[in-house]
Design a protein around this ligand. Structure first.
Ligand SMILES: *Cc1c(COP(=O)(O)O)cnc(C)c1O
Length: 520
């Protein structure tokens, strides 16, 4: 047996308590099927509060907008709608997301419409008074025409910038491209033309600020972009425009793997396996982008940095605190001096620890005869739980059914295979180590799947049903659940004489065969 190379997940107390109630989770899967998504709406509110605490520490105003695309859930969006309207908003990137936000209790003024937009999306955003985060100069032109033609009020707009350069904004020689190219936003080199457009269309749009969203974890790159937005807005002000906000997008990150040492050990072992100095760690020697060229490891590992020393609110704090490269002052100070609001659009980080995906083990069999490894066949496929798709590597938690004690058996290396009849349908190409061999009927819990993993890629291949999603909350010593679509922050049991309960899960009257509540 190889030394087990674990990548054990970060499990905060609410999810820890949920995982400890195996009976509850098993009865949910028995009633509602596998795979099953479980969400904790209270946690999304707690995460929003942590981001707000960073705002307070830096004396900043502006909104935390949930990037809706990270999860389709109604419970999460409704729970956020119940938060302080001045503090929490939502970022929608499609007509349907906008409709969902409105139906979940967000008023138009709390909504930010991002991404490239079609006409219907632009019209509804303008109609309800959402802020339109403009993706291009062409979009500004289309929006302005729409506003005039339909006699709509002036629409608040931010302009999304991209292609940030080091010297362009302050007269240095030879602009150096510092952020990767993006197919979204207006390149900074077109900023002057954009300003002229904003002046031209001032009858239709009210220019409120600049935005960016960079798909990177590099704090330095983001600090430069933030600085350049501030400088751009300065220039706009000298031309008589009156912007007052910077929107720095999302990408604050999540620490999926709890222990730095496990992450380092595993990534080192991957390089060794690619070089052939240790047995493969992956299905058919997959290298996650690394390859062996004459005894040297080449390429870049396409992996999410699954252990993060700082992520989420901590990452925002770091970005705001360290001196920005050109002006030498912390971004928080720059924003304060300019009286700019700070808007952020966290997706993944706002739903950190907000959910898990459960899969039933269908079958366990030996893999290659000599390896000692096993294939664990799950009632789930790679579309139902797509962490691997984003290069996020983290172990599932084994929830044995029945009385198998935690200490039973010994560590084992397994490949997790999905329920599609495709050779490539693995939940992860990684050899996963579990503390003991699972049995048919056991559950595997994939922790922290609320960001992009639980429903972003889900499909109907082979007519497998989509996973059901439930919202859960701990109340009075036991777990309560309801279907995601039946969750509201206020429920019927508040109507009596009893004092109102805090926002939470109200079991729907027809929630089906309710698992026996556990605990007291
Ligand atoms: C996807 C996206 C986000 C959210 O990104 P995360 O990495 O999930 O925080 C925010 N803003 C825009 C414009 C996006 O496209």
């Amino acid at each position: 047996m190889d030394e087990p190379l674990y990548l054990r997940p970060t499990v905060d107390p609410p999810i820890g308590a949920l995982l400890a109630d195996r009976q509850f989770l098993c009865s949910l899967v028995d009633a509602l099927g596998s795979p099953l998504n479980v969400l904790l709406p209270e946690t999304v509110a707690e995460n929003a509060a942590r981001f707000r605490a960073v705002y307070r520490r830096h004396h900043l105003t502006g909104r935390v907008h949930f990037a809706h695309k990270a999860n389709r859930s109604s419970a999460l969006v409704r729970r956020l709608a119940a938060e302080d309207p001045a503090a929490v908003g939502i970022d929608v990137a499609s007509l349907e997301e906008l409709r969902h936000a409105l139906a979940s209790g967000f008023t138009g003024d709390r909504i930010m419409a991002t991404g490239p937009k079609d006409t219907a999306f632009l019209w509804l955003a303008a109609r309800v008074g959402a802020t339109v985060n403009l993706d291009s100069r062409g979009e500004l032109e289309r929006l302005s025409r729409l506003v005039r033609r339909h006699g709509l009020g002036r629409v608040a707009v931010l302009v999304r910038l991209s292609g940030f350069e080091s010297d362009a904004a302050h007269g240095g020689a030879g602009a150096r491209l510092l952020s990767r190219r993006s197919r979204f936003g207006t390149p900074v080199r077109d900023a002057h033309a954009l300003m002229a457009d904003l002046e031209r269309d001032a009858d239709a749009v009210e220019f409120v600020g600049a935005a960016y969203h960079l798909d990177t974890t590099a704090v330095e790159e983001k600090a430069r972009a933030l600085e350049q937005c501030v400088l751009f807005l300065d220039e706009c002000r000298t031309r008589g425009l009156t912007p007052r906000a910077v929107d720095i997008g999302g990408g604050f990150g999540v620490g999926y793997v709890a222990e730095a040492a496990e992450w380092e050990r595993w990534t080192t072992a991957l390089s060794e396996a690619v070089l052939g100095v240790r047995p493969p760690l992956t299905w058919r020697g997959h290298g996650y982008g690394l390859r062996n060229e004459g005894g040297t490891v080449r390429g870049a590992a396409a992996l999410y940095p699954a252990h993060r020393p700082t992520a989420g609110p901590g990452y925002l704090d770091e970005l705001l605190s360290r001196p920005a490269p050109a002006l030498g002052r912390p971004p928080a100070t720059l924003l304060l001096e300019h009286l700019h609001d700070l808007h952020i659009e966290p997706g993944r980080a706002l739903v950190d620890q907000c959910g898990l995906s459960l899969a039933r083990v269908l079958d366990v069999r030996p893999a290659d005869p000599d390896s000692g490894h096993h294939l664990v066949h799950l009632a789930m496929n790679a579309g139902d739980m797509s962490l691997e798709e984003h290069g996020v590597l983290v172990d599932p938690v084994l929830l044995p059914r029945g009385e198998a004690a935690a200490g039973d058996g010994e560590p084992v290396g397994v490949y997790l295979t999905g329920n599609l009849c495709l050779e490539g349908d693995l939940l992860t190409r990684r050899l996963v180590f579990l503390p003991r061999l699972p049995r048919a009927g056991d559950l595997l819990a994939f922790v922290n799947t609320a960001g992009y993993a639980m429903d972003f890629r889900a499909h109907h291949a082979q007519r497998h049903p989509l996973a059901r999603t439930v919202a859960v909350e701990r109340r009075g010593g036991s777990w309560h659940w309801c279907p995601d679509e039946d969750y509201w922050p206020a429920g019927p049991d508040e109507e009596g004489t009893a004092p109102p309960a805090p926002p939470g899960v109200r079991p729907a009257p027809d929630a089906g065969p309710l698992p026996a509540p556990s605990g007291t």
